[in-house]
Every structure is written in structure tokens, then in C-alpha cells.
Design a protein around this ligand. Sequence first.
Ligand code: DGL
Length: 281
Amino acid sequence: MDNSSDTRPIGIFDSGVGGLTVLQELLVKFPNESFIYLGDTARVPYGTKSPATVERYTIQVAEFLLRQGVKGLVVACNTASALGLKALRDHSSVPVLGVIEPGCLAAAGLLQEDDASQTGGGMLASHRIGVIGTHATISSGAYAWHLGRLAPGCRVTSVACPLFVPVVEEGWTSYPSAALLIRESLQAFIDHPVDFLILGCTHYPILKPRIAAVLGPATTLVDSAKAVALSLNKLLGLVIVPSPTRNFVRYYVTDSASRFREVAVRFLPQLAMDSVEVVDL
Ligand code: DGL
């Protein structure tokens, strides 16, 4: 499938700045595509809300992006992927990609590589996989379900780390108190180490160096951004050209553009060049 003549943008969204970790990867991988990012900053966090509320927010945000004429939607939020993806797929006129399945595929791929290098395969049951995410994502059981299918026999331990999102949204990532909070939240994985830890919230890769420092080199951290880029390529038949001919990247938020910009620009410096507009959904 060659869709190189389709110049419509790709819509991507999250409750706040977390989805920018996915966008960052997509900007590198698809230099000739245009993107519209929406951070639902007026209603962040999603992870403490009920399934019905998250589903409603997901549809509202997607409707806004669909009105902008996007050719595909990336749900760069695990919470919305866990609780709103099915309803959104029923509702959307364009292809929709969530982050949970690509993340689990990435973890399963790493498991196989690991097996091949160590034992020649067949030892999946010996692996311990940790999953961290918001309360809503963890209690949805979405990761446990996908991993049960893709990596049968693995031992999966899931832990909610609800305080990581406010730390990122407040820009407190390098404070000593953040390191302390990360250590306390990950105590289960310090007491019982895992081989792989899936960062099941798109805000968490921003804390990756801190998490790695707490868990040490025996635990491989898995984030879904690269896997999402691969899946998007398959879903939309994107053609990767070597020279950057991107038309635009547009950012929308549902509250304070300056606050979003201040935090986001620290890990996505090119955002300083683009406009951030406030919208009422
Ligand atoms: N970044 C989101 C996720 O992946 C949302 C976090 C939140 O709003 O609670 O789950």
C-alpha cells in the first residue's frame, strides 16, 4: 500500500504531555508526515477517572481531531487505549492505533531475542515481566490480557504508579523528591526483580533514567514508542522518504498553552518553533 500522495495530517493525543514521547518517535520515523497533537490538559490525569469517563473523553478528543481532517488516529495514552479504544474504533471513520498492543509486541519480541541468545528458545515461562501504569490502566487488565496471549507462561506483576504523572506534568522529574517517590512506588520490583518492566503510561519514559537508576541493569525497560511507529507504518502504509518535507506539526491543549509549552519544551525542544493553541472540546 503506497499512500504517499495522502498529505492529510495524523492525529495523536494524550491527557497531557506524555503522548509527546510517542510523537517524538513518529517525528523521527516519518519526516514527511504532518501531525496534529492534542493534550487534554484541562482534564489530566485520566488514570484516576472511571472507565465511562475515560471513554467519553477519548471520543470527544478524537472527534476534535477528526474535524481537523486527520487520516489516522494514534491514541498515545495507555489509559485511553485500555478503556476507550474499542468505542473509538467503532466511532472513527479513519484507522485507529492504541499503544498497549504495540508495547506488548515489543516486550514479547525482546523476550524471544533474550531466549534465543541465552537458551535457544522455549524458556518464556522463566521470564518475569513487570507492568507499571495508571490505576485505570492496571485495573483494566489490558496488559495482562495481551501478554497472556503474546507471551504465554510469563509471570506478570502489575503495579499502579499514579504519582508519576503529576511529577512529569509539574516538571519535577529531576527533583530529589521524585527519585524518592520512584523508589517507593517500585518497591515491589526492588524486592522481587523482573527481567522486563513495561512502561505502561506514555508519561513514564520521561522518567526512564530515574527508573533505570532504581532498578539497575538486570531489568530492561520497555517503552512502546518505537513499536507504535512500526505499527503505524503498517496501518497507514506510510512511505518513509529520506529528506524532510513535513508540512506542519500543530499542537492543541484544553488549558493553558504556556504551561504546556514550559514543561513540554524540556524534552521536545523543537516544540518551541510551533504554535500551541487552546481549544474547547
Ligand atoms: N499518559 C497517559 C497514559 O499513558 C495518561 C496518564 C493520565 O492522564 O493519568 O496512561
